[in-house]
Design a protein around this ligand. Structure first.
Ligand code: COA
Length: 154
């Protein structure tokens, strides 16, 4: 299906609120999303085709990129939207000089785990009882970027 990956702006907020409420048991609030949009360390991308089909949020701090959210509306899943969002977010983090991109995922979230493995993320640990509502462990998945310049300064 046709869709475009674009930087998130205020016009997407209603769509993001809908996605959060549809996809998560503890959704971000509108206020939380608006606040994140003005955070200079946060980078958001949306997949759109008339409406917002999916989105991803990444926080980049001290050369480390952390995926805070990724979701696609149920009726548009299995069309490669999350894969396109994830690859675009990872590409952006790499271009901005991050060494790796990482995330947590519920141990029971097999679709998301399959997505991360397909996109080259590798298991990097487990956090006990990381999630509430319902309580569950998190798996950590990380993708390291190749070092582009082998020359180092001492
Ligand atoms: N079962 C098995 N593998 C799946 C899958 C499923 N239900 N959904 C995605 N995958 C894997 C497959 O390897 C797929 O490649 P393929 O279609 O060539 O087999 C690959 O991921 C890419 O799938 P894609 O179509 O890009 O994913 P999507 O747009 O359907 O979105 C999620 C995937 C996880 C973002 C979506 O299911 C979602 O929004 N879930 C609810 C929110 C959520 O759990 N977010 C993750 C929080 S950590």
């Amino acid at each position: 299906m046709d869709f475009e990956i674009v930087n998130l702006n205020k016009s997407h907020i209603d769509g993001i609120v809908k996605l959060e409420q549809t996809c998560f048991s503890s959704p971000w609030t509108r206020e939380g999303i608006e606040e994140e949009l003005s955070n200079p360390q946060a980078h958001f991308l949306a997949a759109e085709s008339g409406e917002v089909l999916g989105y991803i949020g990444v926080q980049e701090i001290a050369g480390e990129a952390y995926i805070t959210n990724i979701a696609v509306l149920p009726q548009y899943r299995r069309n490669g939207i999350a894969e396109a969002l994830l690859n675009a977010a990872a590409g952006g983090a790499k271009e901005r000089g991050c060494a790796f991109i990482t995330l947590e995922v519920r141990v029971s979230n097999l679709p998301a785990i399959a997505l991360y493995e397909k996109c080259g993320f590798e298991p990097a640990g487990r956090r006990k009882n990381f999630y509430a509502n319902p309580a569950e462990d998190a798996l950590i998945y990380t993708k390291f970027f190749e070092v582009q310049n082998e020359n180092t300064c001492n």
